[in-house]
Design a protein around this ligand. Structure first.
Ligand code: ATP
Length: 253
């Protein structure tokens, strides 16, 4: 859309990269607007805490967006949720009812639990109070080859297995970018509040029993939805808590 085009600083497609996030972290930001980078393949695709993200050639979507923000690192907290909403909406436009598992997974309900369709990885750097650079990495499985899928240590799926006719990567990339750039602009100006109702429609954890993995400890609770600051509200035996993305991993029971 014209809206997204005006917010686009650069758009590049690479053949092979270590990781689209790593490449954007090495590059200077465009003078204005966001940098968008896609790759056909990643040799070192990453999830949280250095975990691998399976990124075989020319089958899935690997896309990163870098942009500057004013106002300190705390502004980055909501980005995973804002970007997740845009990704879920782009996938919904293809007819797939994907949902979001806080803080960074795109999932679908399978017969035996959640299957991972994609994920987000937010990285960035800067000052507590000054300008920050945010890099948003997005991986969405489109047509995962069986051999690459066999290396994934948890339940996963892709758009082809969910009935989407491929090729669809260009449509999907355009759907994500055209939603994400205006959303990031709105988030920079208005914060997370306008996105919470949209997030709620995709929340895969709401009212579910969850195991909270925190270091070696596991606590059980009920997920209550997202707080205004992007924390996941959970009711445990010890009372209500707000979980922040850096601290914990969640498993639905
Ligand atoms: P957490 O709940 O702490 O985020 P996670 O298992 O979802 O844990 P991430 O860092 O978000 O971890 O994602 C990395 C994990 O996702 C890998 O360890 C692997 O199990 C799985 N994975 C790797 N590549 C893919 C892929 N292409 N599609 C789906 N899942 C993948």
């Amino acid at each position: 859309t014209a809206d997204a085009t005006a917010l686009l600083g650069s758009l590049d497609v690479a053949w092979t990269l270590d990781s689209t996030n790593s490449e954007l972290l090495r590059q200077p930001l465009p003078a204005r607007g966001a940098a968008v980078l896609l790759a056909e393949r990643q040799t070192g695709g990453r999830g949280r805490r250095g975990r691998d993200w399976a990124s075989p050639l020319a089958t899935n979507l690997y896309l990163s967006v870098a942009l500057g923000f004013d106002g300190g690192l705390a502004r980055l907290g909501g980005l995973s949720l804002v970007a997740g909403v845009c990704v879920a909406e782009a996938v919904a436009a293809l007819g797939v009812p994907a949902r979001l598992k806080w803080p960074n997974d795109l999932v679908v309900e399978g017969s035996d639990g959640l299957q991972k369709l994609g994920g987000l990885l937010i990285e960035g750097g800067g000052e507590h109070a000054g300008p920050v650079r945010a890099v948003i990495g997005i991986g969405i499985n489109v047509a995962m080859p069986a051999a690459a899928g066999a290396a994934i240590g948890q339940a996963w799926t892709d758009l082809r297995r969910l009935g989407v006719a491929t090729p669809v990567r260009n449509t999907l990339a355009a759907g994500v970018i055209s939603r994400l750039l205006p959303a990031l602009d709105a988030f920079a100006r208005e914060g997370l509040a306008p996105f919470l109702p949209r997030y709620n429609t995709f929340d895969a954890l709401r009212d579910m029993a969850v195991d909270i993995h925190d270091g070696g400890r596991v606590t059980t609770g009920i997920a209550l939805g997202i707080a205004a600051d992007g924390a996941l509200r959970v009711r445990t035996d010890a009372g209500e808590r707000g979980l922040h993305a850096g601290e914990v991993s969640l498993r639905r029971r």
